[in-house]
Design a binder for this molecule. Structure first.
Ligand code: HAM
Length: 424
């Protein structure tokens, strides 16, 4: 075979039946987001490389981005994520439009990753962001959105978990313990990898990235503690962290008041992207099958700093539709697409019946039905078989009698009944 008929590695073709399921999933998601008053936006797939170099993570840009030059010799990137684009867009309108902005989008994103379960090189990523407010209530809204999304598909709460942490708290802890900027970066890098590197290899990697032994010892102590009150106790020892502690306590209280038991503090959640400054979180499936995060997000305080000194804090998350669909499938909650109530309009005679069948099809569409003009020929029995195989529920037969009587004979394939219906 001279050409492969397969898509690029890590990319998927969406056949009509895949799109039918996808659109059902998207419809449910959009319905839930609209109920929280989020509005949809979109943007070009191509962006200047320098925007991502400045705003995204180094790894994402240097190791995973699809970079290309256009015919005007501009260096562009196929967006690996949406947040820098969102920053660019919001900076255009943030002075005129009243805040806050609750926006969502489902862009296709591109990352040159090793394809694996739940990870592709071209993928659809739901992005949800609430910008222009930095209260703990907006932090909490993200978790309520996660909970709402899960519930809207009928997913049991026991099947997933939100793991959260706070970048501001971590920065304060590390600053207080004398971590340099590079050491802080290494600390985050190591935490982000702790579940991805084999335990026996982690020690050596840690020694290489963070050569200072007492700082490595703190990494160990920090990772071993899963109790948020211990984190708070560490923070209280540091001068000028009163506001931060107050915020974390208020957040804890809020979680309790809305009974969000699926949200737990996790020292292992720090997020790989550089722009997060506050609450960070990831959502994981419980159970052994899906290891990668379903959702990931957090608060960012300097979204617009490339464009203006307009302070605008936002919080949001990304969720891979592909990994989420795998999760739905494993939970038996992937929406089923039922064949619609469609009619095949079958001419049975010569040209005259074909012309009349076209009119019948138009009349059915005008009445709100889905009607296909049949290209089949042959006996009625064969037509019924083909119609059934293709998911039609009814066949409108148009023979010479029907043309004369200005009617069609509607066969119900489920019940086997047939009736003559006058046209118009
Ligand atoms: P992220 O953690 O890089 O965050 O991606 C968020 C989610 O996108 C992941 O949890 C996963 O479900 C999905 N995802 C990422 N890479 C792939 C891939 N190669 N294949 C399939 N799915 C993938 C961000 O991108 C942030 N910009 C999210 C955000 C929005 N933060 C604030 N607002």
């Amino acid at each position: 075979m001279p050409f492969s008929n397969q898509p690029q590695k890590g990319m998927q073709d969406d056949f009509p039946w895949d799109m039918a399921v996808h659109n059902r999933v998207m419809g449910t998601i959009a319905g839930l987001l609209r109920s929280f008053h989020y509005e949809e936006y979109d943007a070009p797939v191509l962006e200047p490389l320098e925007l991502f170099a400045a705003k995204s993570s180094e790894e994402l840009v240097r190791e995973q981005a699809y970079v290309l030059r256009d015919r005007g010799d501009r260096e562009l990137v196929l967006r690996p994520e949406m947040t820098p684009t969102l920053a660019r867009m919001v900076s255009q309108i943030s002075r005129e439009r009243p805040r806050p902005y609750r926006w969502y989008s489902i862009p296709k994103c591109f990352r040159f990753e090793r394809p694996q379960k739940g990870r592709l090189r071209e993928f659809r990523q739901l992005n949800v962001d609430l910008m222009g407010d930095d209260s703990v209530h907006s932090d909490l809204e993200m978790f309520l959105l996660v909970k709402g999304l899960m519930a809207s598909f009928g997913l049991a709460e026991a099947g997933w978990r939100i793991r959260w942490n706070h970048r501001g708290a971590l920065n304060a802890l590390l600053g207080h313990r004398g971590f340099s900027a590079d050491e802080q970066k290494a600390f985050y890098w190591l935490i982000d990898r702790v579940d991805k590197i084999a335990p026996e290899a982690f020690g050596a990697t840690a020694a290489e990235k963070l050569p200072d032994a007492p700082k490595r010892a703190f990494l160990e102590t920090y990772l071993a503690n899963e109790d948020v009150s211990v984190l708070l106790a560490w923070l209280r020892e540091i001068p000028e962290t009163g506001e931060l502690c107050g915020r974390l306590e208020a957040f804890q209280r809020l979680l309790g008041s809305v009974r969000l038991e699926r949200a737990v503090y996790s020292p292992r959640t720090v997020r790989g992207l550089d722009y997060y400054t506050g609450l960070v979180f990831e959502v994981y499936a419980e159970g052994e099958s899906i290891h990668r995060a379903l959702f990931g997000g957090g608060r960012y305080d300097k979204l617009l700093d490339l464009y203006s000194n307009d302070p605008l804090s936002g919080i949001g998350f990304g969720m891979g539709i592909y990994i989420f669909s795998l999760f739905l499938e494993e939970a038996g909650k992937l929406p089923k697409v039922e064949a619609g109530d469609s009619v095949l309009v079958q001419p049975l005679g010569g040209e005259e019946s074909a012309v009349f069948a076209l009119q019948v099809a138009e009349a059915l569409r005008a009445a709100g039905r889905v009607a296909e003009f049949s290209v089949y020929s042959g006996g009625v029995k064969k037509v019924f078989q083909k119609a059934e195989a293709r998911g039609f529920t009814q066949v409108a037969l148009v023979g010479d009698d029907e043309v004369r009587e200005k009617a069609y004979s509607l066969k119900n394939l489920k019940t086997g009944t047939q009736e003559k219906i006058p046209l118009g």
